[in-house]
Design a protein around this ligand. Structure first.
Ligand SMILES: *[C@@H]1O[C@H](CO)[C@@H](O)[C@H](O)[C@H]1NC(C)=O
Ligand SMILES: *[C@@H]1O[C@H](CO)[C@@H](O)[C@H](O)[C@H]1NC(C)=O
Length: 509
């Protein structure tokens, strides 16, 4: 029942809208339906390729899985509202083409406007990729909706399906390549429908010669070139003139309604192909952002800059670069970066960016002060970080002295609980320099310096680690951080997925 419930939920959160044409019609696929189905199919593909990259065996069924379940299982529980919002923008802009561009034939591939229609799609596609690169996701979604409309209309308004094609015409996405053998304006393409039956109204020689044509359409004039097919339907004045009738497949009751579901299926696959073209070009993480799916995971470094920390700062830079390099372009790539510096008398300012390059620049400009300190404002700095991060973030605190502000312990603990963030401490003030040993799970164990006890409690409360290490051994120890970050991102993702499934099954009872 869980699946049925989530399908129901999906219907509630993703309201359908205008059809492949304007008035909803029973048993017919609308533009919104086609776009939604294509997006879910495409995200299923992304999910499958990612889960095999993560080495995880997520059992996904192609068609059976609702968008809600797909997103919560594969991506992130929190992403559903943002996905719905992104989808609404794409869908609304798709549907608006029937209102804003009702008289612009090329937006619908009406009246054999093949070159202009294709050019709307291919130039729209370049615009979308450019907008994504510049971070203009809203504009990209609006244009995506618009070109999806035109692309989908190709399959409903042309004779592509009647010519026996079951694969999308992928050349519609490109410029400068032939999209087929287009019937010229002097080539007759249709004959009269008989008794309102249009099933065989396309001329046999057009089919034989594989000539591409589309229906003429006008709300204001019955004129069309001699012998041309019309769109069809009462409102299309050209369809009342010989050859009477039409060829559109907008709904099951349309002139070529017998081919509606085939046309809708090819249009869906063509939309998937369009989405895949964008994904390949901009990469998974930008594509997922386009779809409103972001992990909103923040990488946050909180660094002690008192004297004696220069080796540690250098190492922190290396760790940051290493995390950034190993997650770049993957689903684990942090969406935001935060840096908080502190010493014995000062905290902050907090610097926040979505640009990993900028973050690395900030890290590079950090320098250690002249003097060491007995105690530092480490909890104030951790508090500042926790107040800035979204839920489920990863915070790394580098310190080499006990907290001067231990009175903040309960505040920081409460923030850790409310943000469900993981705080790791790298402490470079062990009491005795340890024997060389392998670094790994042992770090979960006790810290040697009693003054570090508080750090360890905080780390444990958050599910993080307090790693105590002599500055000289830092590079070996920080590898543990890098590994734990990449794997922590993954494991917490599975924890959330499991949580989502529990929620869904409990709703369904
Ligand atoms: C559309 O794509 C699906 C999934 O790849 C495939 O199973 C189906 O046969 C395709 N439909 C058509 C009409 O080609
Ligand atoms: C602490 O940091 C502030 C701001 O960077 C700096 O002005 C100050 O000199 C530092 N204090 C010590 C003791 O390092």
């Amino acid at each position: 029942m869980a699946l049925n419930y989530s399908l129901l939920l999906l219907l509630l959160v993703l309201p359908g809208a205008l059809p492949f044409i304007i008035i909803p019609s029973q048993g017919s696929m609308t533009h919104a339906d086609i776009t939604r189905t294509a997006i879910v199919r495409q995200l299923t593909q992304v999910c499958r390729s990612r889960s095999s990259a993560d080495g995880a065996a997520l059992a996904l069924q192609d068609e059976g899985m609702s968008a809600a379940r797909l997103l919560t299982t594969c991506f992130q529980l929190d992403s559903l509202p943002k996905f719905v919002e992104a989808f609404e923008v794409i869908k609304d802009s798709n549907v608006r083409v029937d209102i804003r561009h009702v008289f612009d034939e090329e937006y619908h591939f009406d009246s054999e406007t093949f070159e202009d229609g294709r050019s709307l799609i291919s130039s729209g596609l370049s615009f979308i990729k450019g907008s994504i690169q510049q971070g203009n996701f809203r504009e990209a979604r609006e244009r995506l909706g618009q070109i999806c409309h035109t692309l989908q209309d190709f399959y409903s308004h042309s004779n592509w399906v009647e010519l026996g094609n079951t694969l999308p015409n992928s050349n519609l996405l490109k410029s400068g390549v032939s999209i087929g053998n287009i019937a010229d304006v002097n080539t007759p393409t249709c004959t009269d429908c008989i008794d309102n039956n249009c099933e065989n109204n396309i001329l046999p020689e057009v089919i034989q010669q594989q000539k591409l044509t589309s229906g003429y359409f006008s709300l204001t004039s019955s004129h069309k070139p001699d012998g041309k097919c019309s769109h069809g339907g009462i409102i299309d004045l050209t369809s009342h003139q010989s050859p009477v009738g039409g060829i559109n497949k907008d709904k099951t009751s349309a002139s070529h309604g017998h081919l509606h579901s085939t046309a809708a299926e090819v249009a869906t696959n063509a939309t998937v192909q369009l989405l895949e073209d964008i994904r390949v070009s901009v990469g998974d993480s930008s594509f997922l952002r386009l779809m409103g799916i972001t992990r909103s995971s923040v990488l946050c470094f909180v660094i002690d800059t008192t004297g004696g920390m220069s080796d540690v700062i250098k190492e922190a830079k290396r760790v940051a670069s290493s995390i950034i390099d190993s997650t770049q372009g993957t689903a684990n790539e942090p969406s935001d970066y935060i840096l908080v510096a502190f010493n014995s008398s000062n905290v902050g300012p907090l610097s926040h960016t979505t640009d990993s390059g900028k973050f690395q620049q900030w890290m590079s400009s950090l320098t250690a002060g002249a003097n060491g300190a007995q105690t530092v404002l480490s909890l104030s700095a951790t508090e500042m970080a926790l107040r800035a991060v979204p839920a489920s973030s990863y915070i790394f605190v580098f310190a080499d002295a006990p907290a001067k502000d231990s009175y903040l312990m309960s505040t920081v603990t409460a923030l850790i609980e409310s943000t469900r963030s993981v705080v790791n401490f790298m402490l470079t003030n062990p009491i005795v320099s340890r024997r060389r040993r392998s670094y790994g799970a042992e770090y979960v164990s006790r810290v040697s310096n009693p003054a570090n006890q508080l750090y360890q409690e905080l780390a444990q409360a958050s599910g993080g680690l307090a790693i105590e290490v002599a500055a000289a051994s830092l590079p070996q120890a920080t590898n543990v951080i890098v590994d734990s970050t990449t794997s922590a991102l993954v494991s917490s993702f599975f924890v959330r997925a499991a949580h989502a499934l529990v929620l869904f099954s409990s709703f369904s009872e």
